[in-house]
Design a binder for this molecule. Structure first.
Ligand SMILES: *Cc1c(COP(=O)(O)O)cnc(C)c1O
Length: 377
């Protein structure tokens, strides 16, 4: 029987050769591959600076740490996101303030942000849900008015644009993820982009223990000083070499995702039992991470639908299983109530996500359409 996975990295000759070369070279950190990956990323996003990190979570943690966000501070973020967006705030001791979603795109409800801003608010963290960009022009206005830092979690938004400008460049920094099922992978890894030179340099230092001279900058072997506290959030040359190869395929990947998304969208939007999370704003370009449908009926049996789809070889996922404030850790700590996140809950409880990635063939798409319409009726 057919088996269509939700996500599958496309790894071939180039990646195998690149990893082999690094392994043979004996140079596993502080090498040329990370710099090449950063340069490719700068070129693609048109950012002034790009810094490799060990994951998107590490990149976001660094951002708050470097900007001195700490206990007693508050950061505003969407409720419907990966837990990492909130964890990065918790890790520096600040309090995450969650905002409910809008139903059509799943993105943060912008109209609810301003009333949550207090004297303690230091930053806004924006997530481009499933790659659909948030209206960053509006967000920027709010951040400017209240003098707040602005971080973009772009983990699912490589290729997403607002008015032709790549996401991640509207705020102070944007952070990307290269976890295996994202748009491109380096097995594990992340990238921070920014147009702020000072911030970029600080990230480079703090991601590597806060040493004043990295391995290549030392004029005397083994000699360096440490002027600040730091982490080890570096990306290895092995990971970076995979990233460099994946960047060569990125434009092709994005085209395939767009084609697959609209092929499914066209065929499935006739089904009256669900609607598709999508973007109706012509000024923004989505990276088409996946296709999420929201079942219309309140008590529609999502579990049995998913089981049936999986049994027929159709891979699915859920983005995300619970709004973050209602995950046990956050619910226990801050006592958030379900009633505060009605739309985020609706998306968690009624959505089913389908693949649109470049691993799909036309026959896969046709089978998905056939089975989805057969099972959800
Ligand atoms: C995957 C994901 C992350 C986590 O990325 P890592 O690279 O695994 O740390 C963060 N935010 C969002 C929105 C994600 O989808």
């Amino acid at each position: 029987m057919k088996n269509i996975p939700f996500g599958k990295p496309i790894i071939n000759h180039g990646e195998f050769r690149a990893v082999n070369k690094v392994l043979k070279s004996g140079k596993y950190v502080h090498g040329k591959k990370s710099i090449e990956f950063e340069n490719n990323f700068k070129f693609f996003t048109k950012s002034k600076f790009a810094v490799t990190v060990s994951s998107c979570t590490a990149g976001m943690h660094l951002f708050y740490f470097i900007n001195g966000i700490k206990k007693g501070d508050e950061v505003i973020l969407p409720a419907q996101t990966h837990v990492a967006t909130a964890h990065a705030i918790e890790l520096v001791g600040a309090k995450p303030i969650f905002v409910d979603s809008e139903l059509q795109t799943g993105n943060i409800n912008i109209s609810k942000i301003e009333r949550l801003i207090t004297k303690k608010t230091k930053a806004i963290s924006i997530v481009h849900f499933l790659g659909i960009p948030v209206d960053m022009i509006e967000i920027k206005k709010i951040a400017k008015k209240y003098k707040l830092l602005l971080l973009e979690d772009c983990a699912l938004a490589l290729g997403s644009k607002v008015k032709k400008k790549h996401v991640g460049l509207f705020g102070d920094a944007g952070v990307f993820s290269f976890y295996p099922v994202k748009h491109i992978t380096s097995a594990e890894g992340g990238m921070v982009i920014t147009n702020n030179k000072k911030l970029a340099e600080k990230i480079k230092s703090v991601k590597a223990f806060g040493v004043d001279k990295n391995y290549n900058q030392r004029n005397f072997p083994g000699k360096y000083d440490v002027k600040e506290l730091g982490f080890n959030y570096r990306m290895s040359e092995i990971h970076a070499s995979i990233g460099v190869e994946q960047m060569k395929k990125l434009n092709f990947f994005l085209k395939q995702r767009e084609k697959n998304f609209f092929y499914l969208f066209k065929a499935l939007s006739k089904n009256e039992h669900f609607y598709v999370i999508s973007n109706k704003n012509k000024k923004i370009l989505s990276s088409n991470y996946c296709m999420s449908i929201i079942l219309k009926k309140n008590n529609s049996n999502r579990t049995s639908i998913i089981k049936n789809l999986n049994k027929n070889g159709i891979g699915t996922s859920i983005y995300y299983p619970k709004p973050v404030p209602l995950m046990s850790y956050y619910k226990k700590k801050y006592n958030y109530k379900n009633s505060e996140f009605i739309n985020a809950l609706k998306i968690s409880e009624r959505s089913i996500s389908f693949p649109v990635g470049p691993h799909l063939k036309k026959s896969d798409l046709n089978l998905m359409i056939k089975k989805i319409n057969e099972i959800i009726k």
